[in-house]
Design a binder for this molecule. Structure first.
Ligand SMILES: NC(=O)c1ccc[n+]([C@@H]2O[C@H](COP(=O)([O-])OP(=O)(O)OC[C@H]3O[C@@H](n4cnc5c(N)ncnc54)[C@H](O)[C@@H]3O)[C@@H](O)[C@H]2O)c1
Length: 435
């Protein structure tokens, strides 16, 4: 049994935890560590987030301000100063891992941050990477950077990879009851990793290496991307065949084994599913493998916003209207229901298609009162309040994200034409087009 003062501090909850990157992953984790009694320091480069968190406010819809306030009362502080790393026993990196414009892994956030914290790393600490990435990142990229300080991983400092599993907006699961995968660079690293996470989650699942842990996370997300691609392809076929795809999926889901229901939509969104599979595709090339399932699912899912807009164009055509100058309201801009996150949202891609065709585009999303700033999309719009007048003014409405806060009966009562990409309206109606 490997005994170490760091493990004792983790077990007794006297260790100081530094969470780097206070986003959708880092903030709930920081709150959870504070909740169980650790002193937690949050580090982020976004000054606005730091100010709000230090004032006990939340900036994420599904994280109540009360939870931040309790964390604050338990000693949680947020800062942009990296020198606090010197005080930390555990450093957990929850940084973005996007794709570059060429759709290649962009590890710059992780690697630049490692360079920034290096001067304050010292013996007796554990570093955990949580960002989703390709197998090999922790041992090929993170370990050498840490060891360039003169510290030896597995002896002086411990290094693990433990991917985040989050389902924002899902009230049944949170950090404490989602089993957590953990892989270490060495067996001692893994032991420390288990001590680090064992206090805040009900189950730590140890795996034999950081590469296995990295690959596990990618498999989980690729599994979703591929199955959503499959069901989107089936949807296009059933649409032509006059079969209701939702009826088919729900009937298939009565099979008590061997079938998992996935539902079609206007494409895939969020920070994970559209991005992560391509981390593996890129790495696979190094091994001479072309990951065809991933590419194909990406192709089908990426084609969905255009397919939805074509359904709208056809429906308008039937009533003698061109898409140009038609008023189209997009309902739900977040990438999934009941959240306020519009990253990579297919709704935004639908809006882009509409704008290119010179439709008069507006949107309504109770979770996003102002259209968010995005790197690749720009709409100077505010969420439209849904009234009899604002609905009946539209030539068409596209339901892209079926938030619970929408009143679907009211919408249907006052809309002229609805393109329903989420299977909201199950009873057939001449003004509702399934897409
Ligand atoms: N959002 C999810 O549901 C989810 C689920 C599982 C895994 N992940 C993965 O977790 C990682 C983080 O995702 P996220 O959704 O929390 O991202 P996010 O964009 O919400 O949060 C990242 C945070 O890091 C901060 N940041 C950026 N550069 C920094 C730096 N140099 N130093 C300190 N802070 C910095 C940003 O300001 C932001 O607050 C990604 O790899 C993602 O793929 C996300």
């Amino acid at each position: 049994m490997f005994a170490n003062p760091l493990i004792e501090r983790l077990d007794s909850r006297s260790a100081v935890i530094a969470i780097v990157g206070l986003g959708y992953v880092g903030l709930p984790l920081a709150i959870r560590y504070a909740e169980v009694g650790y002193r937690v320091i949050g580090i982020d480069i976004d000054h606005d987030k730091i100010t709000r968190l230090n004032a006990g406010q939340s900036y994420i819809d599904h994280i109540p301000a009360g939870k931040v306030a309790v964390a604050k009362a338990n000693g949680f502080v947020a800062t942009s100063q990296f020198d606090v790393i010197a005080e930390a026993d555990a450093i957990i990196l929850c940084l973005p891992t996007p794709l570059s414009r060429q759709r290649e892994p962009d590890l710059s956030y992780v690697l630049n941050t490692l360079d920034a914290i290096k001067p304050w790393l010292h013996a007796g600490q554990v570093v955990s990477l949580e960002s989703t990435t390709y197998p090999g990142t922790t041992d090929e990229e993170v370990k050498p950077r840490i060891e360039s300080t003169g510290l030896t991983v597995g002896e002086d400092l411990f290094l693990v990879y433990s991917p985040e599993r989050e389902d924002p907006g899902n009230a049944r699961f949170s950090t404490d009851n989602i089993p957590k995968i953990c892989g270490g660079i060495t067996p001692h690293c893994l032991t420390v990793g288990i001590a680090l996470y064992g206090q805040v989650t009900n189950q730590v699942i140890p795996v034999s290496s950081t590469r296995t842990a990295e690959m596990t996370k990618l498999l989980e997300n690729i599994h979703r991307a591929v199955n959503i691609g499959l069901v989107n392809e089936i949807k296009m076929l059933t649409d032509r065949m006059g079969i209701d795809v939702y009826e088919v999926i729900n009937a298939a889901a009565t099979k008590p084994f061997g079938f998992v229901p996935y539902y079609p939509g206007p494409g895939i969104g969020g920070h994970c599913i559209p991005v992560d599979p391509f981390y593996l595709t890129w790495k696979a090339h190094e091994y001479g493998i072309h990951t065809r399932f991933i590419e194909l699912a990406g192709e089908i899912n990426n084609a969905m916003p255009g397919w939805v807009v074509q359904k709208l164009i056809d429906a308008l055509n039937r009533v003698g209207k061109p898409i140009k100058n038609s008023k189209v309201l997009v309902l739900g801009v977040a990438y999934k229901k009941n959240v306020d996150d519009a990253r990579e949202s297919p709704a935004v891609r639908v809006m882009d298609h509409l704008a290119r065709k010179e439709a008069i585009v507006s949107y309504s999303d109770p979770h996003l009162p102002v259209f968010p700033k995005m790197r690749d999309h720009r709409f100077d719009l505010q969420s439209l309040a849904l009234t009899e007048q604002s609905l009946s003014d539209q030539d068409a409405i596209i339901i892209t994200t079926a938030h619970d806060l929408f009143d679907y009966d009211f919408i249907k009562a006052h809309a002229k034409l609805i393109i329903d990409t989420r299977g909201v309206y199950r009873v057939s109606d001449p003004k509702v087009i399934k897409a």
